[in-house]
Design a protein around this ligand. Structure first.
Ligand code: G3H
Ligand code: 13P
Ligand code: ZN
Length: 333
């Protein structure tokens, strides 16, 4: 089975009230952990690669790792460029075997975002590749994505119809209160649960999401910055020498609610980083004499698999949907 675009995935996700997990990949163990969970659960998956991942691992390595995962798991997989910063990067991925690209023009003025997104859409569609665009800006700091909280702003529902119509994009990333990284909210923005001590963040702006859905009914919506920062992995990290104080993510119940709506793609990177780091730290704490990378990368990979299986079953709701998506993808070709 070749790589597919996200078209069949999003159609089935929208009809079925679930979402497709889009997981960032940077090396072999991450690809293996994600796809073996998805394979066992018969779930589609989007594997996404950032500009930073291409710089770290090299485009060719990542494409071939993903193709190897396809040979081993009989599930629908899309290979997606995450936060494509410019036409040249999008073109390199379209020419280089990706089936989906994001052009992130969210920091440009509205008209310029439309113009630049449209240029990518025209090239992508001519090559059978789909395009995710973004309106509104998320806060957060990652290697290649950095937006100060005061510069972040929600998507304006009154802009989405014009944007989607003029650009011809295939899906739209929106800002409704999620943000990138493992520290999504300051303690001051949260309420601390008096029993558990865990910080509880403010609710996502489901009212904005509803307004957007009304303006572009049935159009696939994407949530970036959607890691939950699962307390289990943060605790393992901190119990084994780490120092992640007051890390906080998006509660799973809110993501499940979003997955039932027009949100068809939910992006997860920080949770993978936390699971992997937890596995490595825990291993070294138990076995300080180990130095074979397979010894500490195997438990890291196992935690990634456990995390992704949990997301598919409890948050995304995509378990078992692979056969119908594969069937539809053949028809749409
Ligand atoms: O949204 C950004 C992703 O988490 C990718 O992060 O640019 O550090 O690879 P990165
Ligand atoms: P998180 O940092 O919440 O995992 O978001 C990842 C993301 O949006 C990748 O584009
Ligand atoms: Zn993102």
């Amino acid at each position: 089975m070749p790589l597919i675009t996200t078209k069949a995935m999003f159609k089935k996700a929208h009809e079925g009230g679930f979402a497709i997990g889009a997981f960032n990949v940077n090396n072999m163990e991450i690809v293996q952990g994600i796809t073996s969970a998805a394979g066992e659960l018969n779930s589609p998956v989007i594997l996404q690669v950032s500009k930073g991942a291409r710089a770290y691992a090299n485009h060719a390595y990542l494409v071939h790792l993903v193709k190897a995962a396809l040979e081993i798991n009989d599930i629908p997989i899309a290979l997606h460029l995450d936060h494509g910063p410019d036409f040249a990067t999008c073109k390199a991925c379209i020419d280089g075997g990706f089936t989906s690209v994001m052009f992130d023009g969210s920091h440009y003025p509205f008209a310029e975002n439309i113009e630049k997104t449209k240029e990518v859409v025209e090239y992508a569609h001519a090559h059978g590749v789909v395009v995710e665009a973004e309106l509104g800006q998320l806060a957060g700091v990652e290697d290649e994505v950095s937006v100060d909280a005061d510069k972040a702003h929600y998507t304006k529902p009154e802009e989405v119809f014009e944007f989607v119509e003029k650009t011809g994009c295939d899906s739209l990333a929106i800002a409704i209160g999620t943000s990138h990284g493992a520290f999504k909210f300051t303690p001051e923005q949260c309420t601390r649960n008096p029993e558990t001590g865990v910080l509880e963040p403010p609710e996502l702006r489901f009212d904005i999401l509803e307004e957007i859905e009304k303006k572009i009914p049935g159009f696939p919506i994407v949530l970036h910055g959607a890691s939950s920062v699962i307390p289990k992995y943060v605790k393992i990290i901190n119990d084994n020498g780490g120092a992640l104080k007051d890390a906080v993510g998006i509660p799973e119940a809110q993501l499940r609610k979003a997955a039932r709506s027009a949100v068809c793609k939910i992006n997860v990177d920080s949770d993978l980083r936390l699971a992997m780091t937890a596995g490595i730290r825990e291993h070294f704490n138990q076995y300080p004499d180990h130095f074979d990378p397979r010894q500490y990368l195997a438990p890291a990979r196992a935690y990634i698999k456990e995390l992704v299986a949990h997301k598919i079953k409890e948050v995304l709701g995509s378990e078992g949907s692979a056969p119908a998506i594969l069937e539809l993808a053949k028809e749409l070709k």
